[in-house]
Ligand binder design. Sequence first.
Ligand SMILES: [Fe+2]
Length: 260
Amino acid sequence: MISLAKSFKKKGYVIINIKDKSFFKKIDEEINKSTILNINNYKKFSSKCIELQNKIYKTKHHIKVLNDNFTDIKKAIGVKSKKELAITTFVHFRGVQKKTKRGKRKFVGLHRETFYSDFDYTKHQINISLPIQNYNKNNSLKIISGSHKIPDKKILTKKLSSFESGVKKFSVDHRLGLPYNPKVIVSGINTSKARRTNLKTGQIILFSAMLIHGNGSNNYSKPRFSIDFGLIKKKYLKGKKIKDHSHISYAKNKKYWSSL
Ligand SMILES: [Fe+2]
C-alpha cells in the first residue's frame, strides 16, 4: 500500500479514517437540536449556519480530531510535532441546501486557494475537511487528483463580480467561506477530470491548497454539512507579512493563524 506521505505528494490529498467518532455525534446533535433541517429559506438557513459555526469553533472539537489522529496526519504532511504547525483561527461550517431548479443554492466551485490570495505562503497551506451529514459518492467534495502540481501561471481564470456571484463582501455568505468574487477556470486544467472523493462521515481529507477542489452542488434531498479549516507549517510564515481576515477570525487578536 502506498504510504500516506507518498499519496499526499503524488495525488495532493489523503483520506484518513478517524479513530474516535464521538465528534461527529456531537456536531450531529447540535445540527439536529437547531432548527436548521426545517429551514428552507436561504437567508435564514445561512444565519443558522453562522450560529452553528460559532458553536463549533468554541467547542474546539476540530482540535480534538487533529490531536486524536495526529499520528496519521504528521506522517502525511511530514512533520514531527504539532509545534511545527499553525492552524487557522476559524472553521467554516458549510451547509449546502439541495439543488433547486432555480439553481440558487450556493456552493464553492472548482478552485485552488491561490486564486483568492496574493501571498506566496498560501501554496503551502493544507486544507482539512470533515463531512458531517449527507455525504456519499454522488455528493462529496470534488477534486482533480494530482492537479496540485500544475503551476498557477498555466491556469487562466475569469473573475465574476459580486453581483454575478450574489455574494457581498463581509456578508453572512462571505463569513461562511463563499468568495464574493469567485474565479472560474477558463483553461489550463481539464475540469472534466474532477471527481467526487466519496468522502464519508467518519473520515477526514487533508489536501494541498493547490489541489483543484470544490464542493459542488448538493444532489441529495437533505442539506449537506461539512467543516473546513487549514494548517500550515510555521516555517512558511516566518518573516512573511500576513493579511488577516478579521471578518472570519475567531481569535481575539483577529490573526489568521495561531499556534496549534
Ligand atoms: Fe478551498
